[in-house]
Design a protein around this ligand. Structure first.
Ligand code: CP
Length: 323
């Protein structure tokens, strides 16, 4: 595989290899010298047409810890604001000698277009495209779950899947590339996934996703669960559609938020996850976000290891992931 665009392109073997490689990368990060020489002489471009904190910084940290040079491009302040197209931006990057492109874009399919339009011949890593895919977020979520499901948060053993794990994903499924990618990857690894959302935030065609869907958060929580993943309410994508997806923030919090009552009722072994950035008081209360059972900071930390693994497998170890 040349690119990392869509979880649907991965076999279970590929996903486990990525996660095992991420564990190997994580092990190197507790050393005194964190930097590995693996990508010395390579140049990685961070091409961000949409805002990001975690993904952009952790791809940058991952590339630098593998000794690659990193060029960071953000659409704001670039010639994109003068109307430059994705194609011309791609041609410019290749002419500058880039070896790989990490791209985030507000349009679903932008990463696929960049990889397959024939404009350039470089590996593309999708850092989130519209409401479509966020594969490295799904991988870091799977890494975090694998550790907690089998090893109480310690590094997972090689070859571990999520067979038997039960995961609830709650919130704005409609606008969530994280939900799409997580459902695909977690089910590929053997987990049983339940989605919870108000009817207005459920996408058309969800019946074809490999998961159960309910509108009732409390009904989903009545079953034993290993993890609850709370999704951000993506108000920026709602306002362009005129809003009206739920009556009020208070109503949303009562019906679909991880509020203090639901948090207090969770089993002690259930971990709390969120891809960030969080809307505290809307989809998650501060007590849940800051509790010892929250693994949200671990998710961010695992994101660096997962992105090191993806860069390593695509740039330094060609052919290790299936063709
Ligand atoms: N989870 C995630 O994609 O966060 P950022 O938007 O900050 O990158």
């Amino acid at each position: 595989m040349k690119h990392l665009i869509d979880i649907a392109d991965l076999s279970q073997e590929d996903a486990v290899l990525l996660l095992d490689t991420a564990e190997a990368m994580a092990a190197t990060q507790s050393r005194r010298v964190k930097k590995l020489p693996t990508l010395r002489g390579k140049t990685v471009v961070n091409l961000f047409f949409e805002d990001s904190t975690r993904t952009r910084l952790s791809f940058e940290a991952a590339a630098k810890r593998l000794s690659a040079d990193v060029i960071s491009f953000s659409a704001k302040g670039s010639s994109v604001s003068k109307g430059e197209s994705l194609k011309d931006t791609a041609l410019t990057l290749e002419a500058m000698g880039a070896d790989a492109v990490i791209v985030r874009h507000s349009h679903s399919g932008a990463a696929h277009r960049l990889a397959h339009a024939g404009w350039m011949d470089l590996p593309v890593l999708n850092a989130g495209d519209g409401t479509h895919q966020h594969p490295t977020q799904a991988l870091l979520d799977a890494m975090t779950l694998r550790r907690h499901f089998t090893r109480g948060g310690e590094p997972a053993e090689e070859g571990t899947t999520l067979e038997g794990a039960r995961v609830i994903i709650v919130g704005d499924i409609l606008h969530s590339r994280v939900a799409r990618s997580d459902v695909q990857l977690l089910s590929l690894l053997g987990a049983e996934v339940t989605l919870v959302a108000p009817p207005t935030l459920v996408p058309v065609g969800i019946e074809n996703w490999p998961c159960r869907v309910t509108y009732d958060f409390d009904e989903a929580l009545a079953e034993p669960t290993d993890a609850v993943i709370m999704l951000r309410v993506q108000r920026e994508r709602m306002s362009s559609l005129g809003g009206g997806f739920f009556p009020s923030p208070g109503e949303y919090h009562r019906a679909y938020g991880l509020d203090i009552i639901r948090f207090d009722a969770l089993s002690p072994s259930t971990v709390i996850m969120h891809p960030g950035p969080m809307n505290r008081g809307l989809e998650i209360c501060a007590q849940a976000a800051d509790s010892p059972r929250s693994v949200i900071v671990e998710q961010v930390n695992n994101g660096v290891s997962v992105r090191m693994a993806a860069l390593y497998l695509l740039l330094a170890s060609k052919g290790t992931i299936h063709e």
